[in-house]
Design a protein around this ligand. Structure first.
Ligand code: UDX
Length: 443
């Protein structure tokens, strides 16, 4: 059955969710305060890079099942189910999450809800937020008790956002234990197509649903920092962290995924989510329980510093050295540069006097906005021209498949740091390159 849905926030999460809901057969209106974004989306254009999303969006804008607005009244009038997918970034000067955008949606939408409605929060919020917002909604919504709130965390990965939205590995719904029933029925109708495919659907209380999301991200971050900590030990001993990860990964209890040692994690989620989780634990008086996350963050940030120091060692100094940094996005198949290890390394080298030329297939423009003093090249070969060192900082396919033989004639000297352990090292060494990986081959 088709539902009338609104989605607040049209970033990586919200825009994908809106298009995904239209794909499931619902009628959808996307809402954002940014008129420029809404104009582009209304024209069927995605204002960021996400594989598969432009096609999905265009299809449903054309079919009329998906439209966009800046007008909250329009959304309140049209929809019976309202998703919240706005950002919860790190606060300035602190670790906590800034939930003001979520609060604004509640404050603006709440007073317009004059008939029964369901609000489903998808944004990642500190534990305790949903309960507070539910109480606030009851105060300000004219429909009062006829307005329900559920928390329905989103686990999508950038680069796989469409696939993760349409075929999630689980659905989680946090509800008010004192008023069960209605929210779950609505969620079951919205996600009917997924539930028919036996997608696990876990219904729990608000606090658990909020904690599920941050715990999942804390676990993933911990797994990455674990292997990066082992990489540091490998570097001190000549061991190879990639072989090690393969060997321990065969144990099903451990698993090989997210054991990729390298420059560490970045992006709009993992770094800020572990910090916000620590901050919230502090407020709850259980900061000791999450003290290990400080170390997870510390190991992660050290990887960036390590790459800069390694470059300095390989070149015998950074001042005036010409370095190509391949990659600016925090991971491949994305143009997102939030907390990007690649860009941090490029900026760090630049601040120590190196002449850095950056190339990213999709993120050059975003990177130039926050690092205008770096030089940007239109392709990898142009970035590598006359370089004394090449650093592969994001594992885009076009970098993994570079021809090391051909590249030797372009660079000034064949030195490479494989910041993501993504290159076929034997081929590079055979072609005459001085190769350094992360946690391997004397990295
Ligand atoms: C993450 C979670 O995976 C997702 O479930 C959640 O909804 C949002 O946060 P995302 O930020 O898109 O998704 O990226 P992810 O694929 O998890 O990668 C995060 C970072 O970890 C990237 O910088 C990536 O390069 C790094 N990473 C990942 C490693 O350094 N090693 C690995 O083995 C895996």
């Amino acid at each position: 059955m088709s539902e009338r849905i609104s989605v607040f926030g049209t970033g990586y999460l919200g825009a994908t969710h809106a298009a995904g809901m239209a794909e499931l057969g619902h009628e959808v209106i996307g809402v954002d305060i940014d008129p420029a974004k809404i104009a582009r989306l209304s024209a069927g254009e995605v204002p960021f890079y996400e594989p598969g999303l432009p096609e999905l969006l265009k299809r449903h804008v054309d079919s009329g099942r998906l439209r966009f607005t800046t007008d909250v009244h329009d959304a309140a009038e049209f929809a019976d189910v309202h998703f919240i997918g706005v950002g919860t970034p790190q606060v300035r000067g602190g670790y906590a999450a800034d939930v003001s955008q979520v609060e604004s949606v509640i404050e603006e939408l709440g007073p317009l809800l004059t008939r029964p409605a369901t609000i489903l929060g998808k944004s990642t919020v500190p534990v305790g937020t949903a309960e507070r917002l539910a109480a606030r909604l009851r105060e300000i919504a004219p429909a009062g008790d006829e307005v329900d709130l559920g928390w329905n965390p989103e686990f999508l990965r950038e680069g796989f956002a469409v696939q993760d939205t349409l075929r999630p590995d689980r659905l989680v719904l946090g509800i008010d234990r004192d008023r069960p029933g209605r929210v779950e029925q609505v969620a079951r109708r919205v996600y009917a197509a997924m539930l028919e495919r036996d997608t696990p659907f876990l219904v729990t209380d608000y606090a658990t649903s909020e904690l599920v999301k941050v715990s999942a991200n804390a676990f993933l971050a911990t797994k990455i920092s674990f292997i990066n900590a082992i990489a540091e030990v490998c570097e001190a001993t000549g061991a190879d962290v990639r072989d090690l990860a393969d060997a321990i990964g065969h144990d099903e209890r451990i698993g090989r995924k997210f054991l990729g040692a390298g420059l560490g994690f970045g992006g709009g989620c993992l770094p800020k989510d572990i910090r916000a989780f620590m901050a919230r634990a502090g407020e709850l008086g259980v900061d000791q329980a999450l003290a290990f996350l400080r170390e997870v963050d510390g190991v992660n940030m050290r990887r960036r510093e390590h790459a800069v120091t390694l470059a300095e060692r390989m070149l015998g100094g950074l001042d005036g050295a010409r370095i190509a940094v391949l990659g600016a996005a925090f991971k491949p198949d994305s143009d997102d540069i939030r907390d990007s290890p690649a860009l941090d390394v490029a900026g760090g080298l630049h601040l120590r006097g190196a002449k850095v030329v950056v190339h990213d297939p999709e993120a050059n423009a975003n990177a130039a906005r926050i690092w205008p003093t770096l030089t940007y090249a239109d392709d990898a070969l142009e970035a590598c021209r006359d370089a004394e060192l090449v650093i592969v900082a994001t594992e885009w396919k076009q970098f993994r498949t570079l021809d090391p033989q051909a590249l030797t004639s372009i660079v000034a000297s064949p030195r490479v740091i494989d910041g993501r352990n993504c290159l076929p090292s034997e081929d590079w060494i055979e072609a005459g390159w001085e190769y350094r990986g992360m946690g391997r081959l004397a990295g």
